[in-house]
Ligand binder design. Sequence first.
Ligand SMILES: Cc1cc2nc3c(=O)[nH]c(=O)nc-3n(C[C@H](O)[C@H](O)[C@H](O)COP(=O)(O)OP(=O)(O)OC[C@H]3O[C@@H](n4cnc5c(N)ncnc54)[C@H](O)[C@@H]3O)c2cc1C
Ligand SMILES: *[C@@H]1O[C@H](CO)[C@@H](O)[C@H](O)[C@H]1NC(C)=O
Length: 514
Amino acid sequence: MDKLQGIDSHIVIIGCGMSGIGAAQKLTKEGFKNIKIIEATGRSGGRIKTTTFGNVIVEIGANWIHGPSKANPVFQLACEHGLLDAQAMSEENQALDVGGHPSFQSFYSSSGNKLTPELTESVSQLFLTLLGKSKEFILTEKEPYPSVGEFLKKEIAKHVVEWKDDVEWKDDAETKKLKLALLTMMLKLECCVSGTHSMDLVGLGAFGGYKTLPGLDCTFPEGYEGLIDAMMKGLPEGIVSYNNPVKCVHWNGSFRGANSPEQTFPVMVECENGETVPANHVIVTVPLGYLKEHYETLINPPLPLSKVHSIQRMGFGTNNKIFLEFEEPFWEPDCEVINLIWEDETPLADVKPDVNQFWMKKIFGFTVLQPPERYGHVLCGWIAGHESEYMETLSDTEVKNSMTEVIRKFTGNPSITPKRILRSKWHSDPYTKGCYSYVAVGCSGSDIENIVQPLPLQEADTKPLQVLFAGEATHQSFYSTTHGALLSGWREADRLITHYTQCPLISQNLSSKL
Ligand SMILES: Cc1cc2nc3c(=O)[nH]c(=O)nc-3n(C[C@H](O)[C@H](O)[C@H](O)COP(=O)(O)OP(=O)(O)OC[C@H]3O[C@@H](n4cnc5c(N)ncnc54)[C@H](O)[C@@H]3O)c2cc1C
Ligand SMILES: *[C@@H]1O[C@H](CO)[C@@H](O)[C@H](O)[C@H]1NC(C)=O
């Protein structure tokens, strides 16, 4: 085929995160000439955000390439741009398949003790087995409980009964209590993984729809944003309009361009600052959290109900990081994760936590930024849900004081004091409103399909593909990740490319038949 039709069509991409950049990259490569990215904030990258903390760099948003191996396009790009270290790129690292789950490591309890590996290993095994089981319901028609949380708790309750009779375990009441406390911590970790307040909100039937890729998760030594910078260099200069929040996407219309009054466009993007940008196609990549809050005014005529319902049903919660820097480490040199076990907690009790008073109890633990030669002595605390959202409303000093208290309690060392603190506040970020999506109770993969459907839904007698939808939350099996975001941007770019390449092909076929 010679020159691509539609090369002159005007395409607006809303949002300059991984998905928007991915779409622009593919369309540019294909030769499309009139592409514009409109971004609300003053930067590219969205939820990929690297910043400095004292003398080191830390990730406020995405940290790992989940499943860094050949099938992961983020890994591929990172390799091409030379952004990973040798170990991350090694065949051995790519072949490791740990099912995408972080390892459990150093366990501190609220009475200032460290838990023994005998105890923690068997409980970790049990939890991982149950978690694996909860992913199997994607294959069956029926799920025994609506949520992952309920399923896990019912299974745990079954095991607790067995603990009594198991001579091997020789459980006294104290050990049993610790085991339940450990399982509670693991549920909190799982809340961070899914970006949800509670695993009771995550749909059991669809949980297994999320797919992991082989490869031991790796990080970017110079920061994730290096990948964004490298990708931006491949785009035409001036393609992005920054600090320009979009107010409304008007579609199903006939809008005239300022520079080409003879030409009409089906879509017009209206910005908060009054600017209007006519377009043939608009790719919306705003986060699901933003869409949940603004879908009524962001799209006009309003979204069809099928899309609205799926946007409302899909889950989008909060997961935040709290970075703490120390003069000296209180952990062992090779330690990667410090888990916090509150001894009085059990997943089987049906208590409603006091979020404001005990928010810090929701932190499952800290990851240690490794290696110390690069990062110094920095811990990253992880906290999800309403407690995480409440934490955002506190001052740095309040958070630092609470963290100091917790660490002193768990280590039994009354003099440990963090030097410095930095945290993410993804829920209060007006253009994100949380961290990433999950498939909530009552949702299925068809909700993601609904959200993806371009407008107009029926192509009958209007111009096709006026408004398209990309972004992390629109990927069937890799939602919540950077590679899911990238693939979703490529998918929508491909939809337009296919649209324009197929038109002439159809007429060719017709003429050959005639
Ligand atoms: C704390 C945290 C940790 C994470 N960890 C990982 C990880 O380790 N590995 C991983 O793979 N993924 C991780 N993720 C997820 C990953 O960051 C995202 O899935 C991915 O970056 C999303 O890309 P996106 O393009 O879909 O959305 P975004 O990056 O959010 O881009 C959307 C853009 O739209 C803009 N926008 C919003 N509203 C408007 C408007 N009205 N007008 C114009 N622009 C607008 C936003 O400013 C933003 O720049 C993490 C996310 C968070 C928050
Ligand atoms: C689009 O415009 C046509 C013609 O004006 C109208 O009949 C139709 O209802 C509109 N569609 C939507 C979704 O508003």
